[in-house]
Design a protein around this ligand. Structure first.
Ligand SMILES: NC(=O)c1ccc[n+]([C@@H]2O[C@H](COP(=O)([O-])OP(=O)(O)OC[C@H]3O[C@@H](n4cnc5c(N)ncnc54)[C@H](OP(=O)(O)O)[C@@H]3O)[C@@H](O)[C@H]2O)c1
Length: 258
């Protein structure tokens, strides 16, 4: 059994969470150009309003929210149902990253990171699932990271939040494939955005947010579960994680100078 792709995005009802900058903004922009109906969410309403001007009046909804608040997600989803009668694709892109090592481990940051990056997508999925299950249709796409594949420096909270996304998506896929609902797990490598602009090291295989958006939309159209890019980097990290631990840690210490 293979999961369904989306033939095209024309008139599809899409909810982009994390649409105000970076990868999410690039996805929303591309989807609007392709004729999708796009609900735009994140905290910064003024940015969402500017983005909405790229689409027609009937084509966009601006639904500001904070993914750490369940009530925000529930009422935004209700607005989508009220306006469009349903949802074809949930595209959860939102995320936060604060570098953390063991010598500056801060539980408060760890809690905020897990809340936004792991519980946030779970809240959104909990909101959309009942309707999708009823209709035996729909797509759930969640942006994780290659940093979730295995432990990497400076990712003491971010890494576990993204590792959780991988497991969450795998389990969702297992449960939802027989129900006719497609799950897309998205694992980007380095993408040039506001989030990575603060990095003080040379990022290998860096791509633009527009390139990332193209990979994501192409993968969803093809019905792929595992959407990872750029392959020259994500493929290498996939290989690293199957190595025995002594070799894995030796390579990371030798080559990742963070
Ligand atoms: N850039 C990379 O190299 C890279 C690599 C791998 C994975 N990723 C993942 O890709 C996703 C997008 O990252 P990006 O690089 O595009 O970062 P970005 O430019 O900083 O965008 C992050 C987005 O998330 C939203 N957001 C953050 N916290 C939120 C909250 N509590 N409630 C609602 N929205 C929230 C932000 O909007 P507001 O501030 O308006 O709320 C913004 O739209 C993240 O999940 C990130 O972990 C990025």
């Amino acid at each position: 059994m293979k999961q369904q792709g989306l033939e095209n995005f024309l008139n599809k009802r899409i909810w982009v969470i994390g649409a105000s900058s970076g990868i999410g903004e690039a996805c929303a922009t591309a989807l609007l150009k392709l004729g999708g109906k796009v609900a735009l969410s994140s905290r910064r309403a003024e940015r969402l309003n500017t983005l909405a001007q790229l689409g027609g009046k009937e084509q966009t909804l601006v639904l500001p929210l904070d993914v750490t608040r369940q009530g925000d997600l529930e009422s935004a989803y209700q607005s989508i149902l009220d306006s469009w009668g349903g949802l074809d694709l949930l595209l959860f892109v939102s995320g936060m990253y604060v570098p953390l090592r063991a010598d500056n481990f801060d539980f408060d940051i760890a809690q905020k990171t897990i809340d936004a990056n792991l519980l946030g997508p779970m809240r959104a999925v909990a909101a959309v699932l009942p309707e999708m299950l009823k209709n035996h249709a729909g797509h759930i796409a969640i942006v994780g990271s290659v940093a979730g594949y295995s432990g990497l420096p400076k990712a003491l909270a971010y890494g576990p939040s993204k590792a959780g996304i991988i497991n969450f998506c795998e389990t969702l896929y297992y449960d939802l494939l027989p129900q006719g609902i497609s799950v897309h797990m998205i694992s980007p490598g380095f993408v040039a955005t506001e989030a990575t602009a603060k990095n003080d090291f040379e990022m290998p295989a860096l791509i633009t947010a527009d390139e990332a958006a193209q990979e994501i939309l192409k993968g969803i159209q093809a019905g792929k579960f595992d959407i990872h890019f750029p392959k020259r980097f994500s493929g290498f990290l996939k290989f690293l994680r199957i190595l025995p631990y002594p070799l894995y840690f030796w390579i990371v210490r030798r080559f990742v100078q963070l």
